[in-house]
Design a protein around this ligand. Sequence first.
Ligand SMILES: [Ca+2]
Ligand SMILES: [Ca+2]
Ligand SMILES: [Ca+2]
Ligand SMILES: [Ca+2]
Length: 330
Amino acid sequence: MKVWLFLLILSITFTIPFNTALAEPDEHWAILIGISDYAPAGSGGPDLQYADDDANDMYQVLTNEHGWKKENIIKLVDSAATKTGIQNAVDNLSNRVNPNDLFLLFYAGHGSYTTDQPPIDEADGFDEYILTHDQEQILDDELAIMLEKINANKIVVIMDSCFSGGFFKLADIETRTVPGPPPESLSDTINGDLAKQGYIVLSASDEDETCAESSILQNGIFTFYLIEGMFMKPFPADFNNNRKVSAEEAYTYAAPRATNFNPNQHAQIWDAIPSEANLTIINQIIGGTLTPSNKLRIAIFYLGLPALLGIFSMAAYKYRKVLKSQFSRF
Ligand SMILES: [Ca+2]
Ligand SMILES: [Ca+2]
Ligand SMILES: [Ca+2]
Ligand SMILES: [Ca+2]
């Protein structure tokens, strides 16, 4: 066998064991929304301080620490996060996402509630909604329909907004008893809206609670602790020590800490994904995640080194023949 062929086969053999994605999603996609500046642009409107930071920081931690591709993320901050802008982003990614992918929707901004709009689905008579930059509402009913366009087996929704638990819980009839369908008629329906198979929804607050952002933390409180748990290896939220942070682990890390910081908010989770939804992309290698830079290092080490050896061997072999031919003159 030719030396270079042998070395090529050797290189490939060394490279194969690292392609072990198996149960992990093929691709990760995200829409990250953070609205601090509400219309009118600049001062005025119900502005927040740190919701834009939440989306920006989430973008940084996903791309820098967890290997997400920047081109797979649509970030909508402040004036970009209009209702149309958000709808367009969902339409855009709906054409690119495949069933074996993971899709993340992150929202930081205002959330509130309004009289239950058709479909009449809320035991307490109120739909929850998030507020876009242009002060349009996206009702929980609407968001559920909007996300049906995303054909992914794993859909993770993270909401750092008031009353966000109401995006999967229908009622806390003790705290909001106001006109609407009688609670008895819906008493067998505990969950609604985004409470679907294939979804994990993390909410910063229960459906009858506000949540807060903090000038000390410079983030939404819930988002701050999500990011803390996902920041720097070994990730604090990696409770099962597989060097990945799943949405479930991020929640387990952040929820009690957020309540400890602000006793008025209690993060909630809807989890209808049988396996874990890992937010860290595929395998780690020799103490690191398989980020593009690590891939390059691996490629250099396992492919580059034998290739260099091969070139060296071929050069030596050729040079030996030259030497031999020179010798034969004598
Ligand atoms: Ca409704
Ligand atoms: Ca609803
Ligand atoms: Ca609701
Ligand atoms: Ca883990």
